[in-house]
Write a protein that binds this ligand. Structure first.
Ligand code: ATP
Ligand code: MG
Length: 447
């Protein structure tokens, strides 16, 4: 097997001088500039690279700024007091400025396989063609060729403000093409997550995959099963919390990749109920995108609750058909689904617990007796459960009037609240538990 999968024909890069590209320092974060200048003043090469350069060239606001340098991580640490070294797979320096982190990576060389690893290259570790560890430092050219897509391998050099292009990224950027650098087969094999990254960038940028990078996906998608569930958890957040969740979801399904992340959901969606498309996940993701656009918070527990709801709902429904009460059915279905999902993506407990609570609380919106209503409104997870319930209502799963009722009761004063509860057949006195409350009206029930 070849030892340097993307062994490039190292040739002169295309250099786009300052006057011929649209990147202005005014659009680069002050913290990133500070890092670049301090590295440069200490005699190191320092460039902005990756999504920051790509997005600036496209006139978009970068999500974050990554710096690449010939300084080694220890040298970076010596230059910045607010610096931490992280990562095992890649050793990186994180320079902290309040909530902003500038990631500084040392230029890396293509990795060697274990076979021809001669001691010095002991930092690169491969397993079944996959890169497990990769810390061999190299030149800027080598660093460019080991990146994933050509449009992600453009460097903005702080020395002269030029853009340096080794892999043809400028041309691909102009044409809206995502092209893997090097041999696509090897690049997917080395790191199957690149398939997810391809879809993420296609969703976000509206780019199309280069035919070779695209046609190999069905052949290589199975490799995603071998990726650690912790890495896939992180990747899911990047896929769905990047502001383009809906397009990304559709593309993941189109390329047959969604099922590797959420097999139970893929299975549930594949048997859409006769004539009724299942719109809940799409509605939830559209809502997530809107919240991000409005700079409202988004929460992984809510996202996972939404992505996994369809199979939970179906399982709970079938338990209820066998006489199990709604809350118990949701608990059982939720717990079974969480167990099976953990084989695919990790879900840390701090998200798994509130996720299950969001599901279980769905059983409380039908109950409108006074004490329960007031206690429910105080529940720390009420708001998330309510938003979830309304998404269900919008998707035709529950009564939209109930959603409106719960919207109103959060806004009105105490008197009106009492009135609303009484009108709905409940009892407004706080804490009162009337056993003999009138049953909730059902059609024809009082005929
Ligand atoms: P985003 O806008 O989401 O931050 P990004 O392109 O900056 O997009 P990051 O995950 O921040 O993506 O990675 C920074 C850069 O590191 C990428 O642009 C790419 O050059 C390189 N990179 C990241 N992940 C990989 C990978 N799996 N294989 C090869 N190169 C990668
Ligand atoms: Mg980035």
């Amino acid at each position: 097997m070849s030892s340097t999968p993307d062994s490039p024909n190292l040739s002169a890069p295309r250099i786009i001088p300052r006057a011929e590209h649209g990147i202005s320092r005014a659009n680069i974060s002050d913290h990133a500039l500070k890092v670049l200048y301090r590295l440069k003043d200490a005699g190191f090469r320092a460039c902005l690279v990756g999504g920051g350069v790509r997005d600036l060239l496209l006139g978009r606001e970068p999500k974050d700024f990554d710096v690449a340098t010939d300084a080694h991580p220890d040298e970076v640490r010596r230059l910045f007091r607010n610096c931490r070294l992280i990562g095992r797979r890649f050793r990186l320096a994180h320079v902290h400025f309040g909530s902003e982190i500038i990631e500084v990576a040392t230029f890396r060389a293509p990795h060697a396989t274990i076979d021809d690893d001669e001691g010095e290259g002991g930092d690169a570790l491969m397993e079944d063609g996959r890169i497990i560890r990769d810390n061999v430092y190299g030149t800027i050219e080598q660093d460019a060729w080991r990146r994933d897509f050509t449009v992600n391998a453009l460097y903005y050099d702080i020395q002269d403000f030029s853009v340096i292009d080794y892999t043809g990224g400028m041309e691909d950027l102009k044409n809206g093409v995502l092209r893997l650098i090097g041999d696509p087969q090897l690049r997917y094999r080395e790191d199957p997550v690149r398939m997810l990254r391809a879809v993420r960038f296609a969703g976000k940028l509206g780019f199309r995959l280069h035919p070779e990078s695209e046609t190999l996906i069905p052949q290589f998608s199975d490799l995603l099963s071998a990726v650690s569930s912790a890495r896939l958890f992180d990747e899911v957040l990047k896929l769905f919390h990047g502001g383009y969740a809906l397009q990304t979801f559709e593309l993941l399904r189109h390329y047959g990749l969604f099922g590797y992340l959420f097999p139970a959901t893929e299975e549930a969606l594949s048997h859409e109920e006769q004539g009724f498309p299942i719109t809940f996940v799409a509605n939830a993701l559209r809502n997530t995108d809107e919240r991000i656009r409005e700079t409202k918070g988004v929460n992984p527990a809510f996202l996972y609750a939404a992505l996994l709801w369809e199979p939970v709902r179906l399982h709970a429904q079938s338990l209820m058909q066998h006489g199990v009460l709604e809350l118990a059915a949701l608990q059982a279905a939720g717990s079974a689904l969480l167990d099976s999902q953990l084989h695919h993506t990790a879900i840390p407990k701090r998200f798994g617990l509130p996720m299950r609570e969001i599901w279980e609380l769905q059983s409380r919106f039908e109950q409108r007796q006074g004490g329960r209503v007031l206690r429910f409104l105080q529940h720390p997870r009420f708001r998330a459960a309510y938003d979830f319930f309304c998404l269900r209502a919008r998707s035709g799963e529950t009564d939209p009037e109930l959603c409106e009722w719960w919207a109103r009761i959060q806004e009105v004063d105490e008197d009106e609240r009492r009135q609303m509860i009484e009108n709905s057949g409940g009892n407004a006195r706080s804490g009162a538990r009337r056993r003999r409350r009138p049953r909730k009206k059902k059609p024809n029930a009082d005929a």
